[in-house]
Ligand binder design. Structure first.
Ligand SMILES: [Zn+2]
Length: 187
């Protein structure tokens, strides 16, 4: 794998960083990241991962852009209202960097599709907004041996961590063995 002339120019500030350099940039280009959620977390995440040159980004969401999303889900424009979020986010990412590949999965993540999907990527990034999905993602990442970058927000609080049982660390169920009762928690 190599960089074309436009990419060498685009990523020049990376290439001059000793911590990144050509080797690091090529690692980014070879990487395949699957993002769950194209909303409040997925918007900035997708835009940044696309801008830095992750070679392949997968976007999973089944929701459509709503007027109440616009004040924080910054990948979506007012003209995107009613469109699937994965398409809106994909367009925004590619408008910034057309060197990369974006694959949209306009689906609800389920037991039946999650393992096959995770198997196609190197790293899973969870920006989902409900516990059912969060546990499903944890279990699928565990069984497919993929590092899981897990983030969540509630009002003014945020949490982010990386679960990588393959390197000896815990998984999400090690921290929280059971989902909380649905009636007690907000999404
Ligand atoms: Zn565990």
């Amino acid at each position: 794998m190599t960089l074309n002339n436009e990419e060498i120019n685009r990523y020049s500030r990376h290439l001059t960083l000793p911590e990144v350099g050509m080797g690091g940039q090529l690692k980014l280009k070879e990487a395949k990241v699957l993002m769950i959620g194209a909303g409040g977390l997925g918007s900035p995440l997708g835009m940044y991962l696309g801008a830095v040159g992750i070679g392949k980004l997968g976007l999973v969401d089944f929701d459509v852009v709503d007027h109440t999303n616009l004040h924080r889900q910054i990948a979506h424009a007012a003209s995107d209202e009613g469109r699937p979020k994965v398409h809106s986010l994909c367009d925004t990412i590619l408008a910034g960097n057309s060197n990369i590949e974006v694959e949209v999965h306009n689906i609800r993540l389920e037991r039946e599709n999650v393992l096959e999907l995770f198997g196609q990527y190197d790293i899973i990034a969870d920006g989902s907004d409900n516990f059912e999905t969060r546990y499903l993602i944890n279990d699928a990442a565990y069984f497919t041996k993929k590092p899981l970058v897990s983030a969540s927000i509630f009002r003014f609080q945020g949490q982010i961590t990386i679960f990588d049982p393959e390197s000896g660390g815990p998984c999400y169920r090690c921290l929280y063995s059971e989902p909380p009762p649905a009636a007690l928690v907000p999404s």
